[in-house]
Design a protein around this ligand. Structure first.
Ligand SMILES: O=C(O)Cc1cc(O)ccc1O
Ligand SMILES: [Fe+2]
Length: 437
């Protein structure tokens, strides 16, 4: 499907799929064109400052109150919400998982969300959950809505189509999409089964980070973010809607598609972004800067510089540092770091961290390059080096992350992960050169 998109992060868009469907000059005419219902969707409190105020006006065949039948509880025990502090029996430690295989049975998106970690509290609207989605069938006459947070999709295998109230997004590995809190959508497969990472952001909406002295360009440029044009379905068939609300799941049945928005305008909308459009900034003489230089999107907290979530990208770039240990340094971090690998190799862990795999380096738990990476980087001849064909990411949150019963019990959890640092032997021998034998 060739889809049309509008561009520009956070722009105020207007789009109509029938000519004249969007009222001119006002939001609520006495009668909207085509007999559509006018409806506001607020993504921020009405009185939020202008810079963070987000809302859209939707002109639809039926108002969304008609999409609400009577909701019945639905059991989805693997899609968890924070806090999951009491779920996993494992002692603290650095964790890494091999990729989780796709299920054999037909599994839709809603059935295929697997929570790996949660941070914070879904009801307090702070923190996040890191999930996987493992999907083998498209949703048909089935829809979903997450009231608990916006959803950041990171496909790792398979292209996906997100058919939303505000239009259609298609994306594949190397791209991201964000579906705002409260938006109804259907998840479809484009070219076979799909696996990906999914961040459910309970806190402040993702936005572009400040660039500071970097200036007006580079990192993620606003013009590369793509928003869908209006597309509606006038379909009268029995349909079900799943809703995740305050950590619980419910389902209702209605007689039509809720994706019936003919026109909309505003700045609260889903979007996608090709991570290969990210323009990385780095050290051009020596030393390894903090990974905040690779922040694509940030979910702010009320405390300046202290993100609810930073979404950080490690993708193709040149390493040129002179007299520099080029991989990440050994470190402990007050923030907690969930990592995934979309493709290629990650320079701190060339083996053992596989595409589709995950790692979790929690608050203040030490980590850094494995033995091989340390040896290689300490002895390398420091030519300019291109890291190519690689895409790892990190979800870094100010809050500690807790595993779930599911992730703590996964067969793909590597029991020997900490051994990757075991050979880091003492090189101190009292001489300035140290012992490099
Ligand atoms: O731990 C990691 O691999 C992620 C990371 C990368 C980096 O370049 C600096 C700090 C950091 O946490
Ligand atoms: Fe780290």
């Amino acid at each position: 499907m060739t889809l049309e998109y509008m561009t520009g992060f956070g722009n105020d868009f207007e789009t109509e799929s029938l000519e004249g469907a969007l009222p001119r000059g006002r939001n609520s005419p006495q009668r909207s064109p085509y007999g559509l219902y006018a409806e506001q969707l607020s993504g921020s409190p009405f009185t939020a400052p202008r810079s963070t105020n987000e809302r859209s006006w939707l002109y639809r065949i039926r108002p969304s109150v008609r999409h609400m039948g009577s909701y019945a509880p639905l059991q989805l025990p693997l899609w968890r919400s924070g806090p999951t502090t009491d779920e996993a029996e494992l002692p603290i430690g650095q964790r890494r998982w091999d990729p989780v295989p796709l299920p054999e049975e037909a599994t839709s998106f809603v059935e295929g969300v697997r929570t790996i970690s949660t941070a914070g509290d879904v009801i307090g609207q702070a923190g996040m959950a890191a999930h996987l989605y493992l999907v083998t069938r498209s949703m048909e006459d089935e829809y979903t809505l997450c009231a608990d947070g916006e959803l950041l999709f990171l496909p790792q295998q398979g292209h996906i189509r997100l058919v939303t109230e505000m239009g259609i997004l298609e994306l594949g590995p190397g791209e991201l999409a964000v579906i705002p809190r409260g938006m109804v959508f259907r998840f479809e497969l484009v070219d076979g089964p799909a696996r990906g990472y999914l961040c459910e952001n309970y806190g402040g909406k993702f936005t572009l980070p400040e660039r500071g002295p970097i200036g007006a360009n580079c990192m993620a440029n606003p013009r590369d973010f793509k928003y869908p044009v209006a597309a509606f379905e006038d379909v009268e068939r029995e349909s079900s809607i799943h809703i995740k609300w305050c950590g619980r799941h419910y389902r209702t049945t209605i007689g039509h598609s809720p994706l019936d928005v003919v026109a909309w305008h505003g700045n609260y909308a889903p979007y996608k972004y090709d991570l290969r459009d990210y323009s990385p900034i780095g050290a051009i003489l020596f030393d390894h800067p903090d990974p905040s230089i690779f922040t694509v999107l940030t979910s702010p907290s009320a405390e300046a510089g202290t993100a609810n979530i930073d979404f950080v990208l490690f993708s193709d770039r040149w390493l040129v540092g002179e007299n520099t240990f080029r991989p990440p340094w050994y470190h402990r971090n007050i923030m907690s770091e969930f990592m995934g690998l979309i493709y290629g190799q990650y320079d701190a862990k060339e083996e053992g961290f596989l595409p589709g795999g995950m790692s979790l380096h929690n608050m203040m738990l030490p980590h850094g390059p494995d033995l091989d990476a340390f040896e290689k980087a300490s002895r390398a001849e420091l030519q300019p080096q291109k890291l190519a064909g690689t895409m790892a990411f990190m979800l870094e949150t100010r809050l500690p992350q807790h595993l779930t019963t599911y992730s703590a019990g996964l067969e793909t959890l590597q029991s020997d992960y900490v051994d990757c640092w075991e050979g880091l032997k003492k090189r101190f021998n009292g001489t300035p050169e140290g012992d490099w034998s």
